[in-house]
Design a protein around this ligand. Structure first.
Ligand code: ZN
Length: 159
């Protein structure tokens, strides 16, 4: 599975479609996306980054101990506290940038079994989820970053 690495590709700037039926195709797409994410040393990936315009994201914590697959995720609450953090993206190679986002979020989604789930995230996971949700809306971190630069200042995780 190939990740789209041209930030100008239209699929990356187009909103994705909700998933109505969680078929075996959707499950294998999620599995393939997760493998592709790990192989490319990422911590998150959205379906449109691999060319499928569907509302599906996969991500993990930084050491890949816990895997998350979220279908039709929606942010239902954000903290008032904002924080600035460096981001990078598997679809925008060679660029980093600081983005200001809420520090904590609550999201609702379905898991691969079709069960409705609710999560609260903070720190890096809140960051990854917001970055991936932007992908599902056709937004890249470089559209939101205050500064974009060609050398990572802190980290090397990519979403
Ligand atoms: Zn990304």
């Amino acid at each position: 599975m190939e990740i789209i690495t041209d930030p100008k590709n239209k699929i990356l700037s187009s909103p994705t479609q909700p998933i109505d039926h969680i078929t075996s195709n959707v499950k294998s797409l999620a599995n393939d996306m997760y493998k592709t994410m790990i192989k490319n040393k990422g911590v998150g990936l959205s379906a449109n980054q691999v060319g499928c315009p569907l509302s599906l994201i996969v991500f993990s914590d930084i050491d890949h101990k816990k895997r998350y697959d979220l279908i039709n995720p929606k942010i239902i609450n954000v903290s008032e506290t904002l924080c600035e953090m460096e981001e990078a993206c598997l679809s925008v190679p060679g660029l980093w940038g600081n983005v200001i986002r809420p520090e904590k979020i609550t999201i609702e989604a379905k898991n691969l079994s079709g069960k409705k789930i609710k999560y609260k995230f903070k720190d890096l996971l809140a960051r990854v989820v917001q970055h991936e949700l932007d992908h599902l809306s056709g937004i890249l971190f470089v559209d939101k970053a205050k500064h974009v630069y060609k050398q990572s200042k802190y980290t090397n995780h990519e979403f």
